[in-house]
Design a protein around this ligand. Structure first.
Ligand code: IPE
Ligand code: IPE
Ligand code: MG
Length: 252
């Protein structure tokens, strides 16, 4: 139920969510940092830095709401095409994030995981992210799953190669190739598919995100740029999700 309280001084919107129907896995395409900065006459990098602050707010609210997995698209396999200054700055931001947030992530029971080909990251960024994963691996709360040098097509190619290897080694036969086997060889092995995919900033495309896993995800778009994305926006997205009819091909 959406309630609008129109008081004299301020208009407040209260969103009441069904706690029995919180998406287990939310995946977000953190987009619009560059345009957020441009709107303000700032360097793109400042948009990325501001976007980093949004992560903390959204992660905390998602965790409070009972979301189990939050997957965030931080760097795509295509983002290497950007000017090397921007790529370098983003790689440094990963290090900054890891060192700044490690203590709180640990304390807040967050488990940090990654999807993507991390081997292509600069060593210092890789070390920082591995440190975060190691430090939080014994936590039991929400999974913060960071998509880093992630591409859905790359992921499918990697899984295909792995399955071919198992086939050539005689560990499996052609008849063993099914959805479960493919799932188990993706970067997301062991994680449920995203129930809800959120893309702020006005774009309505997947940009190579979770191509296999999004088969039955619900999509939610908004014009808000990621640095401005608020806890309320997350609730709005979940509210809309709760009012959708997920049929999975069946009739209901
Ligand atoms: C998303 O913001 C962050 C990354 C891709 C790393 P953008 O940098 O794509 O911002 P826009 O789309 O140019 O506004
Ligand atoms: C997708 O955003 C990748 C991330 C948010 C990390 P992009 O800004 O790279 O996507 P396109 O180029 O607009 O499709
Ligand atoms: Mg973008």
């Amino acid at each position: 139920m959406l309630n609008f309280f129109k008081g004299n001084e301020k208009k407040e919107e209260e969103i009441i969510l069904d706690s029995n129907n919180i998406p287990k896995h939310i995946a977000i395409i953190m987009d619009g940092n560059g345009r957020w900065a441009k709107d303000r006459g700032l360097a793109r990098m400042l948009g990325h830095r501001e976007g980093m602050k949004t992560i903390k707010r959204i992660l905390n609210r998602a965790s409070d709401l009972g979301v189990k997995y939050l997957t965030l698209y931080a760097f795509s396999t295509e983002n290497w095409k950007r000017p090397k200054e921007e790529v370098g700055a983003l790689m440094k931001l990963i290090i900054e994030f890891a060192h700044k947030e490690c203590k709180d992530l640990k304390k807040n029971n967050v488990i940090v995981k990654t999807i993507g080909d991390l081997d292509k990251l600069p060593n210092t960024s890789l070390e920082a992210i591995n440190m975060l994963k190691e430090e939080t691996k014994n936590n039991t709360g929400i999974v913060l799953n960071i998509a880093l040098n992630y591409g859905g097509r790359d992921e499918i190619i990697v899984a295909t190669k792995e399955i071919c290897k198992q086939l050539l080694d005689g560990k499996i036969s052609i008849d063993n190739i099914n959805e479960e086997l493919v799932n188990n060889n993706l970067y997301t092995a062991g994680m449920p598919d995203p129930d809800l995919i959120i893309r702020p900033s006005g774009e309505q495309r997947l940009s190579n995100y979770l191509l296999w896993q999004s088969a039955y995800s619900e999509f939610w778009y908004s014009n808000i740029k990621w640095p401005d994305f608020s806890e309320k926006d997350l609730e709005r997205a979940i509210y809309d999700y709760q009012n959708r009819d997920r049929r999975f091909g069946d009739i209901k």
